[in-house]
Design a protein around this ligand. Structure first.
Ligand SMILES: NC(=O)c1ccc[n+]([C@@H]2O[C@H](COP(=O)([O-])OP(=O)(O)OC[C@H]3O[C@@H](n4cnc5c(N)ncnc54)[C@H](OP(=O)(O)O)[C@@H]3O)[C@@H](O)[C@H]2O)c1
Length: 274
């Protein structure tokens, strides 16, 4: 396991995403069995960072994750759990209630990381952080972060958080460089803030790109592993791919062992330049 060390914390370079576990924006009971199997295999393979949200399957992803952790008897201290408050719950009282609901569904006393899922321009950020800071003081949340925040609001969040803001979770992959272009990633790297790259392998031509294929072949790896290895080779960057398939889950975790050369990393960085 490879870790990113930030502010004395060791966080796995590759964690596990839970979007579509248990449904999409609402619970889908037909997916329970396949979701439980996916969570079980991820835990058995050794994933320890799980990323979820109250939004995912309207809380059902949190529920299934909590059930699987309990049934497998995994010790709480061996896990790093991230969940998120939805933008419509950013009034202070709503933040407190949303967090309590998430803790109950997950069946834990605290989460390691609690994120604002998306900014909500209709609610003052300072109001939301009043409640978020309280959750940290009360021990219900270990660390705070944000998601999908551009530079201005990210800097405001850094100033409003009573404890160092741990992450900005953003879309980041070989072709998705919006947050490189808008300066967020450089700001995070300069200010000891983790970049959590989401949807790291969700792009159309991943499997057919000739450069990706040839770099992968040179290492006896897959294109998916190359796409992940490029991300996690970067300082302060971690990622959270999701897969229902145990073989894919294993492949993604093992991308941590893939060492790309400086020239390969450079080639990959330029692969989708406009
Ligand atoms: N903060 C936010 O707003 C936000 C937004 C989006 C996502 N996220 C988080 O980020 C996580 C990851 O993003 P994502 O789920 O959108 O996209 P992703 O992890 O990049 O891609 C998931 C898709 O890729 C496939 N896949 C994964 N690994 C593979 C492999 N090794 N080989 C072949 N196919 C593979 C999966 O199919 P199989 O199941 O068939 O393997 C699945 O269809 C989410 O689950 C969620 O936790 C956060």
């Amino acid at each position: 396991m490879k870790f990113e060390t930030v502010r004395g914390l060791h966080i796995p370079k590759v964690g596990f995403g839970t979007w579509s576990i248990g449904g999409q924006s609402s619970p889908d009971p037909k997916l329970d069995s396949v979701s439980r199997t996916a969570l079980r295999s991820a835990l058995e393979l050794g994933y320890t960072h799980f990323d979820t949200a109250e939004y995912y399957a309207d809380g059902h992803a949190e529920e299934l994750l909590g059930q699987e952790i309990r049934e497998m008897g995994i010790r709480r201290e061996d896990l790093f759990l991230t969940t998120k408050v939805s933008p419509e719950h950013l009034h202070p009282d709503d933040v407190l209630r949303a967090c309590d609901r998430s803790l109950r569904r997950l069946g834990v006393d605290f989460v390691d990381l609690y994120l604002i899922h998306w900014p909500n321009p209709r609610i003052k950020l300072g109001e939301s952080f009043r409640a978020l800071n309280r959750l940290v003081r009360e021990g219900k949340v270990r660390h705070l972060g944000v998601s999908n925040f551009k530079l201005k609001m990210l800097k405001e969040s850094v100033a409003l958080s009573e404890t160092p803001l741990l992450t900005n979770q953003i879309p980041y992959s070989l072709p998705e460089k919006t947050y490189v272009e808008n300066g967020v990633i450089a700001y995070c790297q300069q200010n000891d803030i983790l970049v959590t790259a989401y949807s790291p392998v969700k792009f159309r031509n991943l499997n057919v790109n000739a450069t990706l294929k040839s770099i992968a072949a040179a290492h006896g790896a897959t294109s998916y592993q190359v796409a992940l290895a490029w991300l996690i080779a970067q300082p302060r960057v971690i990622t959270i791919p999701m897969s229902f398939d145990p073989a894919h889950q294993k492949e993604n975790l093992e991308a941590m062992n893939l060492e790309l050369s400086a020239s390969e990393l450079g080639q990959l960085s330029n692969l989708y330049s406009r």
